[in-house]
Design a protein around this ligand. Structure first.
Ligand code: KMH
Ligand code: ZN
Length: 272
């Protein structure tokens, strides 16, 4: 609903960028945990987590997820959502490896999409394998929607009994190869959802602020963070993940959306 508390997710590092793109991109376990804690302090209640190996490269290694999770838990109270997407091209078995650590949430990408010059492969078999693993470990799935057909896939899977509620939905908009980051497209995506379904928007790059503001006004939720965008405004790098969260929290206040606490977020999404 338009006045429900706003859930802010922060995607602190992702798998695509490096310190060459942003010198303060968090990549070590300590950096990721500290950046997550600052984002939570600023109002984020969910941390969307990717991790990096000793060389700063994206990895789905379970030991690294475990170590970063411990550090985040020590630094702050938040809901931790593991990426099962990894980087484009990560093999399926690697993608699902950390799910057995039983994070609160884990992502489930709902179809294949060109991802810039890469292909992010999610065949039906891949989707169902990731979903099975998420349910096995009783995590809450967040369905990643990169293009309109992926919502149709959600609805088709629901009818066929291949997917069941509850889940949260994330519209990832503006990936080169996926749906464009335009407000009218957000309206279309939202209207294909079943009434009452919770959803968030992740605007990639320059569409982030505009889409986030529309989502807030429409009763949706918002994801920000370096994974999606490193520029605070045109030509100006953001100083931190928290800076993005702070801006969303300020706008939310003007729109009469309270910021969801971790407890609110658990209630809204039905996470134990
Ligand atoms: N890195 C992208 C190819 C997810 O986290 O589940 C996929 C991604 C989605 O980031
Ligand atoms: Zn991700």
């Amino acid at each position: 609903m338009a006045n429900d508390p706003l859930i802010i997710t922060c995607a602190v590092t992702g798998a695509e960028l490096s310190k060459t793109d942003h010198p303060d991109l968090p990549v070590t376990p300590d950096e990721i945990a500290l950046s997550a804690a600052h984002a939570v302090e600023a109002g984020a209640s969910i941390i969307h987590l990717h991790v990096r190996d000793e060389k700063g490269m994206p990895t789905q290694r379970k030991d690294v997820f475990a170590s970063v999770t411990r550090k985040i838990r020590k630094a702050c109270n938040c809901i931790i959502q593991y990426s099962t997407g990894g980087a484009a091209g990560t093999p399926l078995q690697d993608r699902i490896a950390p799910v057995s650590l039983k994070p609160d949430m884990a992502t489930l990408s709902m179809g294949t999409v060109n991802f810039g010059a890469d292909i992010f492969e999610n065949s039906e078999n891949t989707i169902l394998s990731v979903y099975k693993e998420i349910r096995k470990y009783e995590c809450m799935p967040e369905l990643e929607i990169f293009d309109v057909g992926m919502i149709d896939t959600v609805n088709r899977f629901l009818v066929k009994g291949l997917l069941a509620e509850p889940f949260h939905v994330n519209f990832v908009m503006g990936v080169p190869g996926g749906i464009a980051g335009e407000a009218k497209r957000l309206l279309m995506l939202k209207d294909i959802l079943k009434p009452g379904q919770t959803w968030t928007v992740s605007g990639i790059g320059k569409c982030q602020l505009n889409l986030a503001t529309h989502a807030m006004a429409l009763g949706g939720h918002v994801r920000v963070g370096f994974e999606d965008n490193i520029y605070y405004r045109k030509g100006e790098l953001a100083v931190s993940n928290a800076q993005f969260v702070e801006r969303i929290a300020r706008i939310a206040k003007e729109l009469d959306r309270n910021i969801a606490t971790v407890k609110d977020t658990r209630n809204i999404l039905g996470i134990q």
